[in-house]
Design a protein. Structure first.
Length: 641
C-alpha cells in the first residue's frame, strides 16, 4: 500500500510542521526524475498484477470464522523462503494494511509476449500454495474483498476488544488497533488521518432493506455521542480506516514505452475503471450487515478521508488553504494526455506555486496541474530519520504524497537511478475468489491496453461523466442494472483498420457518428459485448485483435476462457461475486431476511468461498461449467461461445 519507510514516526502536529518541507523537496525530487528520464522511450511493455489476501481461521465446532492476525509472521517466512533466498523466486510478498492481510505479486514482471498470459494463473496458484503451506490447521488464505463481519465482536484471532480512547490509532468502537499491521506506517497513517481531520473518520454504507429489516434502520450508540451524531439512518455506520483499507483488491501496473504512452494509457484506462469495477463487484457486506452497494470504493474513500471540516466545505476557510471536493482515495480529477485536455471538466484544486514552479521548469500544463493537484495534500506520515534527503537520488518525499493519493489510476514516474520506465497503475478492481477469475480480469485489462495502443482507440468522455459512472458502478447489481456513459465512436482517425474488419463494429460507428453527443448511456453488456447499431463491444474488438496475433493453442484457449468469463459476467449469464454472495446469504437457512449476517452465516459463506477457491466444489453460476475452464490438452474444448 505504498511507501514503507522505517524509523520513528512523527505525530500529526510534528508532521504538519514539516509538510511544506516535504512538498518542496517532493517537487524537487520529481523534477530530478522528470529531467533525467523524460525522453526515455523504447522501454518495453512490462506489467504485473497485485493480489491482496486475507488469512482466516475456521472454528468448525462452533461454526465461526475469524481473521487471523498473523500476517506479519507469514510475510516474514514468505520473504525469507522466497526473495531473500533466491532473487529469481517467482513470487514477491508485501505487507498490507490489516495484520490479517498480505499482498503477493509475481517475482518478475511479465513481458509483452502472448504466451505470458498463460503463466498468470499458474503464478497466482503458486502464490496461494506458498502462503497456504505456512498456515496452521483450519486456517486458509482467502481472496475476498471485504470480510462480512469485519468490525463485529470477536472478528479476529486472537480476539481483541476495541479500545476507543485517545492515544491509540483508530479510536474505533469496532476495529481494534491490533488488527492493523504492526509496521509503524499503518498505525501512524490511521492516527494522523484522524488527527488531521479533527475527528474520527465516518463511513455510512447504505443498508440493504430486506423483508424483515427494521425501517428506518437505526443503530443506537447511547454511550457515544460522536457515533450517535455521525451515523445516518438506513446506513451501516463504520468509524475506522480498517473498514476500508482492511479490504482487498486486485491491481495491475503497466510499464509504457515512453512518458507520452503512459499518459495516453492513464487517460484511456481511467474511463474503463468504473466499468471494470462494476464487473468485478465483490463486496456487498459490511460490519455484519447486508449493504446496498456491491463495491468497496466508497467505503475506502470515506475510511481515509483526512479533509478537515473547512476543506469539506462545512465551515468557512480559516486555517486551511482550499476546499477539496474528494477524499484522497477517489477517482482521478484530470486527464494527462493532450487528447484528454478538452474533457477535463472537473474543477481542479491545485497548489498554484507548485504549478508555476513546474511550468518554469519546462513541464507542460497538463502534467504540471496533475502534480500540483496531488500536492494539495499534506504528508500523512513522516519518519524522523527521513526528513533530510538527497533530492537528486531519493524520492521519498515525492512518493510520500504520491502514494497517499489513492486514485482509480496512478501515474508513476520511474524511481531515481533505476531501469524502470514510466508506469501506470489500474486500481479499481475488487479481488475475486479464484485464481482463474483474478487471471481473467487481469488478462482482460492487459489485452485492453494492447488494443488501445495497437488500434489507437479513444474512450475519452468528459471526466465528470466518468465520475458519474463511478457512483453508478458501486450500486447493487450495477453490472446488470446500471447505465454508464461511454464513448460511441472509439476509433480514432486512421486507427480503425482492424476494427473495420469486424463488419458490425464499423456499421455501428457510422450510426453513432450521426448522433450529436460523443457519448451515450450504455449498459455494461453493450460496452463489453457490443450491440448492433450501437457499439462494437470491447470483447469483439479483443477477439479481432487476437485473430491477428500469433498465439499458441494453449494460450489461446486460456485467453478465450478468460474472455468468456468477462463476457458472461457482463451479460448476466454468470453472476458477479457480489451477487453470488447475496444469493448465498439469502438462501441460508439461518438468514432471517433482516440484513444481518450472523457468525454462522459468515462461517458457511467463507467456508464455501474457500472450497471454491481451492476447487473443492463447483460453482457454475459464478464461473461457468468446469469443463470449459480446463486447460487445452489436445482434446476437444468448447470455445464456440
Ligand atoms: N486495499 C486497497 C483497495 O482495496 C488498496 C491498497 C493499495 O493501494 O495497495 O483498494
Ligand atoms: Mg496493496
Amino acid at each position: 500500500m505504498g511507501l514503507l519507510s522505517q524509523g520513528s514516526p512523527l505525530s500529526w502536529e510534528e508532521t504538519k510542521r514539516h509538510a511544506d518541507h516535504v512538498r518542496r523537496h517532493g517537487i524537487l525530487q520529481f523534477l530530478h526524475i522528470y529531467h533525467a528520464v523524460k525522453d526515455r522511450h523504447k522501454d518495453v511493455l512490462k506489467w504485473g498484477d497485485e493480489v491482496e489476501y486475507m488469512l482466516v481461521s475456521f472454528d468448525h465446532e462452533n461454526k465461526r470464522v475469524q481473521l487471523v492476525l498473523s500476517g506479519e509472521e507469514v510475510l516474514e517466512t514468505l520473504q525469507e523462503k522466497g526473495e531473500r533466498t533466491n532473487p529469481n523466486h517467482p513470487t514477491l510478498w508485501r505487507p498490507e494494511y490489516g495484520s490479517y492481510m498480505i499482498e503477493g505479486t509475481p517475482g518478475q514482471p511479465y513481458g509483452g509476449t502472448m504466451s505470458e498470459f498463460n503463466t498468470v494463473e499458474d503464478n497466482m496458484r503458486q502464490r496461494r500454495k506458498e502462503a497456504t503451506s505456512l498456515l496452521k490447521e483450519n486456517q486458509a488464505l482467502c481472496t475476498i474483498t471485504s470480510f462480512p463481519r469485519l468490525g463485529c465482536p470477536g472478528f479476529t484471532l486472537p480476539e481483541f476488544k476495541p479500545n476507543p480512547v485517545e492515544g491509540g490509532a483508530s479510536r474505533s468502537l469496532f476495529f481494534p488497533d491490533e488488527a492493523i499491521n504492526k509496521h509503524p506506517r499503518f498505525s501512524t497513517l490511521t492516527r494522523n488521518i484522524r488527527h488531521r481531520r479533527g475527528e474520527k473518520v465516518v463511513i455510512n454504507a447504505p443498508i440493504f432493506k430486506d423483508k424483515n429489516t427494521p425501517s428506518p434502520f437505526i443503530e443506537k450508540f447511547p454511550e457515544d455521542d460522536e457515533a450517535a451524531k455521525a451515523s445516518k439512518p438506513d446506513h451501516i455506520y463504520m468509524d475506522a480506516m480498517g473498514f476500508g483499507m482492511g479490504n482487498c483488491c486486485l491491481q495491475v501496473t503497466f510499464q509504457a514505452c515512453s512518458i507520452s504512452e503512459a499518459r495516453y494509457l492513464y487517460d484511456q484506462l481511467a474511463t474503463i475503471c468504473p466499468i471494470v469495477m462494476a464487473l468485478s463487484a465483490a463486496s456487498p457486506f459490511y460490519r455484519g450487515y447486508v449493504s446496498d452497494v456491491d463495491c468497496r470504493w466508497g467505503v475506502i474513500s470515506a475510511s481515509v478521508d483526512d479533509r478537515t471540516r473547512e476543506e469539506r466545505g462545512l465551515e468557512p476557510l480559516k486555517n486551511n488553504n482550499y476546499r477539496i471536493s474528494k477524499s484522497r482515495y477517489d477517482s482521478i480529477d484530470s486527464y494527462l494526455s493532450e487528447c484528454g485536455e478538452k474533457y477535463n471538466d472537473i474543477d481542479l484544486t491545485i497548489d498554484k506555486e507548485i504549478y508555476e514552479q513546474l511550468l518554469q521548469e519546462g513541464i507542460d500544463h497538463l502534467l504540471a496541474q496533475h502534480v500540483a493537484h496531488l500536492f494539495i495534500r499534506d504528508p500523512l506520515t513522516l519518519f524522523e530519520e527521513k526528513i533530510h534527503l538527497d533530492d537528486a537520488n531519493e524520492s521519498d518525499h515525492f512518493e510520500n504524497i504520491q502514494s497517499t493519493n489513492w486514485q482509480t489510476m496512478r501515474f508513476k514516474p520511474p524511481p531515481p537511478n533505476s531501469d524502470i520506465g514510466w508506469r501506470v497503475e489500474f486500481r479499481p478492481m475488487e479481488v475475486q475468489l479464484t485464481d482463474f477469475e483474478n487471471s481473467a480480469y487481469v488478462v482482460f485489462v492487459v489485452l485492453l491496453t494492447r488494443v488501445i495502443l495497437s488500434y489507437k482507440l479513444d474512450f475519452l468522455i468528459p471526466l465528470s461523466k466518468v465520475d458519474e459512472n463511478m457512483k453508478v458502478a458501486q450500486k447493487r447489481d450495477a453490472v446488470l442494472q446500471g447505465m454508464f456513459y461511454f464513448r460511441k465512436d472509439i476509433c480514432k482517425a486512421g486507427g480503425n483498420a482492424v476494427v473495420d474488419g469486424c463488419g458490425k463494429a464499423q456499421q455501428s460507428v457510422e450510426l453513432a457518428a450521426e448522433e450529436h453527443e460523443e457519448y451515450a448511456l450504455m449498459s455494461i453488456d453493450t460496452i463489453i459485448n457490443g450491440k448492433e447499431g450501437v457499439f462494437p463491444g470491447l470483447i469483439p474488438i479483443l477477439n479481432c485483435y487476437l485473430e491477428n496475433m500469433e498465439v499458441d493453442v494453449d494460450t489461446r484457449c486460456s485467453i478465450l476462457n478468460y474472455l468468456k468469463l468477462i463476457k458472461k459476467r457482463a451479460s448476466g449469464e454468470l453472476m458477479t461475486v457480489a451477487k453470488w454472495m447475496r444469493e448465498f446469504i439469502a438462501n441460508h437457512p439461518d438468514y432471517k431476511q433482516d440484513s444481518v449476517i450472523t457468525d454462522q452465516i459468515n462461517y458457511s459463506l467463507i467456508l464455501k468461498c474457500n472450497q471454491i477457491a481451492n476447487e473443492l466444489c463447483e460453482c457454475p453460476e459464478l464461473l461457468g461449467p468446469a469443463f470449459r475452464r480446463v486447460r487445452y490438452s489436445g482434446s476437444k474444448t468448447d470455445s464456440s461461445n
